[in-house]
Design a protein around this ligand. Sequence first.
Ligand code: AMP
Length: 199
Amino acid sequence: MINIVLFGAPGSGKGTQSAKIIDQFGLYHISTGEVLRDHIARGTELGKTAESYISKGNLIPDDLIVDLIAHVIDNEAREAKGVVFDGFPRTIPQAEALRDMLEARGSRVHAVVGLEVPEEELIERMLNRGKETGRADDNLDTIKNRLDVYHNQTHPLKEYYLKEGSYLPINGSGSVEEIFDCIAAGIEEATGEVRRSRK
Ligand code: AMP
């Protein structure tokens, strides 16, 4: 199993680049944000709980997210060649839980792709996305809190993965294609897999 973590602040382009990674490397995509938004739209119990956190820009409790990921790994992603984790892990306890889950299944995180984008650009991108898609948490107040939450709770993971030797810094400013080229080269080096368009 090939496991790639797509890491970066909100608005750093994780969703856009995930789509290209799954297409070029044939991996299964798990976006915790998308799964949660789907639960909210369907009005499930998890959706009702998640909405109160997401609308304020806060993180959903670790145990709920870890259960959700464990379920996907053992069901939808069971037969997959590998997984792109998009928006997960977002805290050190989530990263430890992911490590344990993968270890128990004889696997590991192969690469953590860290999309690095200046803060002013992140805010501009999220405000534009809010206008284009109507995404409820892409408004200035919530964006500011999401960035604080990112700095306090998620950014420490960079150090965690740097120590593990799996962190791959990527300049996340530029064209989608340029950024993807850097990501794909990094994934190829870390996993030995070759992207489809180069075969
Ligand atoms: P995203 O689509 O990745 O930007 O996530 C949108 C929102 O979903 C976040 O602001 C959090 O409220 C929630 N969320 C997504 N992934 C996680 C996670 N791994 N841990 C906790 N909350 C999450």
